[in-house]
Write a protein that binds this ligand. Structure first.
Ligand SMILES: [Zn+2]
Length: 266
């Protein structure tokens, strides 16, 4: 069966902060409507390398996307390219590095910020280049893409949690409050997504440290959540790796892929 999938990547969200501060999604767990897995990010714990890891299932040391300034198209099969090969509709509301990995590099705002081109891996895109672009606006962008194009796969990728972590650090009220704000925004949209039949995964690329950065091997930099919601998930307590997310999404979309995925999760 073909399921439609929404993948939310809350940039820079540490696992413990997600568990402590996101009352809505944790409330869904208490009602057995969601489950959470603790993932360990691959290395280095940096954004662009881990976007590639999440969306292709390939570790940074193998993909060659090893730091944030590697500005080129991905060389791997991605959720976007595999979905397109299967004739599915793809969309993303995401930071411009995602456009550079799967559509066109380098990003040109006047060409790429608003994308509608059926020949591209991400057919419908609303991309942004500002780290402080409001999460609330980004979720509304995603909602617009959802209503207008009814995509089979939609990536939603807000940046405010990471941006706040870089300004105030992991152990700050500002960082925790940015996670709380994202949770409130999710509470507005998630019921609609689920009632429309979407399977929803909410995760992060990496965590945050108290040096206002990330990139290394500390637990607080590597431990991120994976919340799953939707009728297809078993909610079984299985071990999931960050490299499994790509295959898991492809499996939900029912498209052919050569990626690893934890079968017990579905
Ligand atoms: Zn960051």
């Amino acid at each position: 069966m073909n399921n439609k999938v929404i993948l939310v990547v809350l940039d820079g969200l540490n696992y413990s902060v997600a568990r402590d501060c996101m009352g809505y999604v944790n409330g869904l767990i208490e009602e057995q409507k969601a489950s959470v897995y603790k993932l360990q990010s691959e290395l280095p714990s940096l954004s662009r390398p881990l976007y590639e890891c999440i969306l292709t299932g390939v570790k940074p040391v193998n993909s060659g996307i090893t730091h944030n300034q590697v500005c080129r198209l991905s060389k791997e099969d991605s959720i976007f390219s595999l979905a397109r090969e299967a004739g599915l509709c793809t969309a993303a509301a995401a930071y411009h590095w995602v456009s550079e990995l799967y559509n066109r590099a380098p990003y040109e705002p006047r060409r790429d910020r608003f994308t509608a081109d059926a020949s591209l891996n991400i057919q419908y895109g609303m991309f942004y280049q500002w780290d402080h672009y409001p999460d609330e606006a980004l979720f509304q962008d995603a909602d617009h893409l959802l209503k207008r194009h009814n995509p089979d796969f939609l990536l939603i990728h807000p940046m405010n949690i990471d941006d706040t972590g870089h300004k105030f650090g992991l152990d700050s009220r500002q960082y925790r409050n940015s996670a709380r704000r994202a949770d409130i925004i999710l509470s507005e949209f998630l019921p609609d997504w689920l009632s429309e039949g979407y399977q929803v995964l909410i995760t992060s690329d990496h965590g945050m440290n108290n040096d206002l950065s990330h990139g290394g091997t500390l637990a607080e930099e590597r431990e991120v959540p994976l919340f799953v919601l939707g009728e297809c998930f078993s909610h079984a307590p299985v071990a999931i790796g960050q490299t499994d997310i790509c295959g898991l999404v492809c499996q939900l979309l029912n498209i052919s892929h050569g990626k690893s995925f934890p079968g017990e999760c579905l």
